[in-house]
Design a protein. Sequence first.
Length: 275
Amino acid sequence: MSAQLNPADEFTDALKPVDIGGHHLEFHLGPVDMSINKVVLYLFIGAALTALICIGISKAARVLPNRKQTAFEGLYEYVRDVLVGAVMPGGAAAAWFPYIASLFLFILISNIIGLVPLPFNLAPGFHNIPEFKTYAATANINVTIALAGITFVATHASGMRANGIVGYFKGWMPSTAPPVLKQVLFFLHGISEVFRLVSLSVRLFANLAAGHLVLLVFYAMILMIQSYAIAVLILPLEAGVLMVSAFEIFVALIQAYIFAILSAVYIGGAIHQEH
C-alpha cells in the first residue's frame, strides 16, 4: 500500500483532469487545454468561499454586531489600517484597499483549504469509495506567478497613471544621480522590478509546497508501517502530522499577510515615487 503513495506524485497528479465517477473533466478549445484539474478546482473553491464569506457577512451585518461580525470587522480594520493604510498615501489606500483585501482573503482561504482533505478522484480498487487528499492551489507555481503578475501589472499601471508614463520611468533614476550613472540605475531598477515578480511568486509557492510535502511524507511513513512490531510509531507520526498541520495554519496566515503587504508596498511605491 505504501508504494501507492509517492509524495512527489501528488504535485504532478494535480495537473491531470479530475476524475468523477470514471469521467475525466477534459476539455479542449482548439489547441488550448481547458481541462478541469485539481488546481483549477481548488481555485474555484477558494474564489467561491471568498465571495460567499464576504457577501454573507455583508448581508448579515447588524447595528449591534455579534461575535462573527466583530471578528470580521476587526480583520477589515486591520487590513485597511495596517496592510494598506500604513504603506500607501491616503487616496491610493482607499482606491486599492478592495484589491489588497480580496488578495489577502483569497490567498488565506486557499492556503487553509490545502489542509482539508477533500474527495475528488474515485479509487476503483476500493469499491468506488472517494479518495480524500489534500492539495493547495497556492502550492502550484503557475498560480502564484499569476497572482504576482496581477500585482506586477497593477503596480506599473498605477504608477504610470499617477505620474504619467514619462514621469513614472524617470522616477526609476534618482534626479541627484550623475548623468553617467542614470542609465545604469535605470537598468538595475528594471531588473529589480522583475525580481519582485519572481520573489513574490516563488516565496508563496515554496512555503506552501514545502509544508504540503512534509505532510505527505508523514502520511507515507504511516502507510509504510505494516508490522505490529513497529506499529507503536504510528502515534508519534500522527502527533507529527498534527504539529505540522498546526504550524501550516500559521504559515498560511503569514504568507497571505506577506503577499498582501508587499503588493501594497509595491503599488504604493509606484504611485508615490521617492526622488
